[in-house]
Design a protein. Structure first.
Length: 193
């Protein structure tokens, strides 16, 4: 974390490339990148699919890459769909692999800003999932950013083939998450220097 340029890791999406959640994560990371951060995304096809098992030291290439990126990260953005009012199993499982950093000098998300994005088909599920995700980040010693984005997936905020356009408010919400993580990451890097 001692490099001068913030490195932001994005974790999230679904098993389907191009999902609303993955596009939201992409918008947040793109904005952080436009603010001078290096970014890396772990979305569909890049998140570990094997169940996290602390008793087994074997890790897939995806799990090893994710943990290595988190170790280098000065900030993290997590985007999850809300499934039945909670964090998706895929995203929660990916976060569980951060346990592999427990013996590091800065374990888990310690000293890192963590931006949060929740996508759901119904408004009721967004709040409970955001609260749950904040609790997970706190348990991993991270600093959830003040702003957490919630997007209504059923409104197709990033457009669709039928001509429905992109919702500027949804993009702005994701960009706010990216900006807050970038800002906090710069502060912590400056303090460490």
């Amino acid at each position: 974390m001692k490099n001068k340029r913030p490195f932001i890791v994005g974790i999230g999406g679904t098993t389907r490339a191009g999902s609303t959640t993955e596009r939201a994560l992409g918008a947040a990371l793109a904005h952080a990148q436009s603010l001078g951060c290096d970014v890396e995304a772990f979305g569909a096809g890049a998140m570990p699919l094997e169940s996290y098992d602390p008793s087994r030291p074997e890790r897939s290439d995806e799990a090893l890459a994710l943990v290595a990126a988190v170790r280098r990260a000065s900030g993290v953005i997590i985007a999850t769909p809300s499934y039945h009012g909670g964090i998706s199993g895929l995203v929660k499982n990916a976060i569980d692999f951060v346990e592999d950093t427990r013996e590091d000098p800065a374990p888990y998300f310690e000293g890192r800003a963590v931006g949060l994005i929740v996508c759901a088909d119904g408004a009721q599920a967004m709040g409970t999932t955001l609260i749950s995700l904040r609790a997970v980040v706190h348990a991993l010693r991270g600093w959830p950013t003040p702003y957490g984005a919630t997007l209504l997936s059923s409104s197709r905020p990033f457009g669709n083939r039928e001509g429905h356009g992109v919702d500027p408010a949804a993009v702005q919400a994701c960009e706010t998450v990216g900006a807050e993580v970038a800002w906090f990451s710069r502060l912590t890097l400056a303090a460490a220097a």
